[in-house]
Ligand binder design. Structure first.
Ligand code: DX5
Ligand code: ZN
Length: 226
């Protein structure tokens, strides 16, 4: 089943708990938390405290997208705060294999992200080791940017490579995902869609935003209980 991961970068942080609960009740599958360090990307956002605040607000899995340089030292704090998946950027770590191993040693799932201009070959050799690959469809750093259509062919090529290798990682797309392009992302091979603005700035609020995206990917609402 295709999964939807609302990014709280676009949420009203004064009402974070409520916003996250609205996503959960509307059928979102996990919560995406964008961590930015003002070095790898120009912005500064949230850290482990925000992950802990989400943990107190929802039982959904929390995935942390680390847009920070050399994150190894701070990884345990995110796990203690309740993250279940840590995604690092191939451009931001010097020894990707070691960082992925560190994430696994901490007992959580590991993802690797890559920017729109980074060759897919840079992560090919870690595909069998990670649980998720995150394809950026905008340059990271800000929410609300326009989707770069070249991401679709990158998703297709990665999906083909993942099958060729018999790897089992998820393929996630992040940046500018809106109801109008969600179906194309899925057709190109994405199985996890991240959406910030399309969820939290939706007319009618995040529950409406989640429902609208779920409809576009062929899911009409929360999965049946049990
Ligand atoms: C961008 C972040 C994305 C972003 C998505 O650097 O990684 O997760 O918040 O937001 P939208 O959906 O608004 O592009
Ligand atoms: Zn993100």
């Amino acid at each position: 089943m295709i999964q939807l991961a609302p990014s709280i970068l676009a949420a009203d942080l004064a009402r974070l708990g409520e916003e996250v609960r609205a996503c959960e009740e509307a059928g979102a599958d996990r919560i995406h938390i964008d961590v930015m360090d003002n070095h790898f990307v120009p912005t500064l956002t949230m850290g482990p405290q925000t992950v802990a605040a989400c943990r107190r607000s929802t039982s959904l899995p929390l995935e942390v997208h680390l847009m920070i340089l050399e994150p190894d030292g701070i990884l345990p704090e995110f796990v203690e705060a309740g993250a279940g998946l840590l995604t690092v950027h191939v451009e931001a770590v010097r020894q990707l294999h070691r960082t992925v191993a560190t994430v696994h040693r901490l007992g959580v799932r590991a993802g690797v992200g890559l920017n729109p201009a980074t060759p897919l070959s840079s992560i090919e050799d870690v595909l069998p080791e990670v649980e998720l690959v995150l394809v950026m469809s905008v340059d990271p750093g800000f929410g609300g940017q326009a989707f770069l259509p070249a991401a679709l062919s990158r998703l297709r090529r990665l999906r083909a490579r993942i099958s060729e290798l018999g790897a089992s990682c998820e393929l996630e797309v992040d940046g500018g995902v809106v109801p109008e392009n969600a179906g194309r992302c899925v057709a190109a091979g994405a199985d996890v869609l991240v959406a910030g603005t399309a969820v939290f700035a939706a007319e009618g609020g995040p529950a409406q935003g989640v429902r609208c995206l779920l409809e576009r990917i062929g899911r009409s609402g929360p999965p049946p209980a049990g």
